[in-house]
Each structure stands twice: as structure tokens, then as C-alpha cells.
Design a protein around this ligand. Structure first.
Ligand code: GDP
Ligand code: MG
Length: 207
């Protein structure tokens, strides 16, 4: 609990910078805010649609501003309402999407394995997250379009090494085939459960 009287105490302030417990929603599920970020056209909207509805479309409709979807999951018995915020990657929307960073619990930072600049820009996206998002948010680096092996310009090893450098999880996914999509979202949600639920209530309270 935040004690206003002790707010000036650096020790207390440091303690308050640790992970915060996840919010419980009205329907008895933990609320988890996940943001999809990364360059335009790397497959953020497609990953959300594959995960939520198990569909895929080759149509590219640029997301304007921010799109939102709700997905109920059970992670190790814990009911979690994943709020999937699908942001537009275009530079001109950056200030808009940045406003959402401050309330995020997790990020799916996407690039396209057939597009080198989208991988180069991961550094900039990571910088945005580090400067604008809460320090207790969890991140997964996601190399999408893994089905496009003939057009691959970013090796899986490069993605893995960058993720290790940042200390975040790494997955290669394909929204087209569905490969690793559920595994990626589930892994992120599981980490968030461990850090933001179990760390407070003790594990094993869900059957
Ligand atoms: P966003 O701008 O990051 O939201 O990207 P979209 O989800 O709109 O996808 C951009 C384009 O890439 C669309 O034409 C999609 O059909 C295509 N796409 C998305 N994911 C994949 C994938 O995993 N494999 C392939 N081959 N194409 C994909
Ligand atoms: Mg989109």
C-alpha cells in the first residue's frame, strides 16, 4: 500500500517500484493489458485475429490509432481477461499510442522476419517501452511471418540474441499458419501471472 506520509523516504519509494499486483476485474478475472507494438505491416493485427478468432486474412487494412479486443484465458487455473490493444505502427501515431504505454502490463514487440528495417527498429520500440511503460511490464519479442522462409532476411538466431540482450522472451510466429501464436501469448500471460499474481498471493491457489 502506498503510504503518502512515507512517500519522501527513498527506501519506501524503491519498494513501491517493485511489481504491482494485477487488478481484479468486475467479473472475477484479472485484467491484463497487452499492447501490440512494432512497425506497420509486420502482422500485429493478424496475430491478434489469429489468437482471438483463429482466422487469417491477406488483406492489409492499416490500423488507425488503436484497436481493442478482449480475450478470456485461464492460465494455470487463474482467470485472466487479456485486453489486446493493437496499435498502429506508423510514426505519425506514435504520440497517440505512447499514451497507452503507461498502463500496460505486457508488450508483444513484433517485427517481420522478411523485413530487415522492421527488425532494426526493434531498438527504438524497446526504447519507447523502457521510457514510457511501467518498469514491471513484461515483454515478448516476436519475429512474425516465420512461414516466409524463402524471403527470410532476419535469422532466428539474431532475434534470439537480441531478446537475450534485453532479457525478454522470444518467439518466431506465423499468423498465417498459426505457428506459435497461442504459445507466444500464453507464455507472456504466464510470466505476468507469476510476477503479478503468484508473487503476492503465493502460487497454487488456483485449481
Ligand atoms: P500490422 O500493420 O502490423 O497490424 O500488420 P497486419 O496484421 O495488418 O499484416 C500486414 C500484412 O502482412 C497483411 O497483408 C497480412 O496478411 C500479412 N501477414 C501478417 N502476418 C503474416 C504471417 O504470419 N505470414 C504471412 N505470410 N503474412 C502475414
Ligand atoms: Mg494493424
Amino acid at each position: 500500500m502506498v503510504n503518502v506520509a512515507n512517500a519522501a523516504d527513498p527506501g519506501i519509494a524503491a519498494a513501491n517500484n517493485g511489481p504491482r499486483p494485477l487488478q481484479m476485474g468486475a467479473k472475477g478475472a484479472y485484467i491484463v493489458r497487452l499492447l501490440m507494438v512494432g512497425d506497420s505491416a509486420c502482422g500485429k493485427t493478424s496475430l491478434v485475429l489469429r489468437f482471438d478468432q483463429n482466422v487469417f486474412s491477406t488483406k492489409f487494412v492499416a490500423t488507425i490509432g488503436v484497436d481493442y479486443r478482449d480475450k478470456m484465458v485461464k492460465i494455470e487455473g487463474a482467470p485472466m481477461r487479456l485486453q489486446l490493444w493493437d496499435t498502429a505502427g506508423q510514426e505519425r501515431f506514435r504520440s497517440l499510442t505512447s499514451n497507452f504505454f503507461g498502463r500496460a502490463d505486457g508488450f508483444v514487440l513484433c517485427y517481420d522476419i522478411s523485413n530487415r528495417p522492421s527488425f532494426d527498429h526493434v531498438i527504438g520500440w524497446m526504447r519507447d517501452i523502457k521510457t514510457r511503460a511501467p518498469p514491471d511490464c513484461d515483454i515478448v519479442l516476436c519475429g512474425n511471418k516465420a512461414d516466409l522462409d524463402n524471403d527470410r532476411v532476419v535469422q532466428a538466431e539474431e532475434g534470439k540474441m537480441l531478446a537475450e540482450e534485453y532479457g525478454v522472451q522470444f518467439f518466431e510466429t506465423s499468423a498465417l499458419t498459426g505457428h506459435n501464436v497461442e504459445a507466444m501469448f500464453t507464455s507472456l500471460a504466464t510470466t505476468i501471472k507469476h510476477n503479478r499474481i503468484d508473487a503476492f498471493d503465493g502460487g497454487g491457489k488456483f485449481d
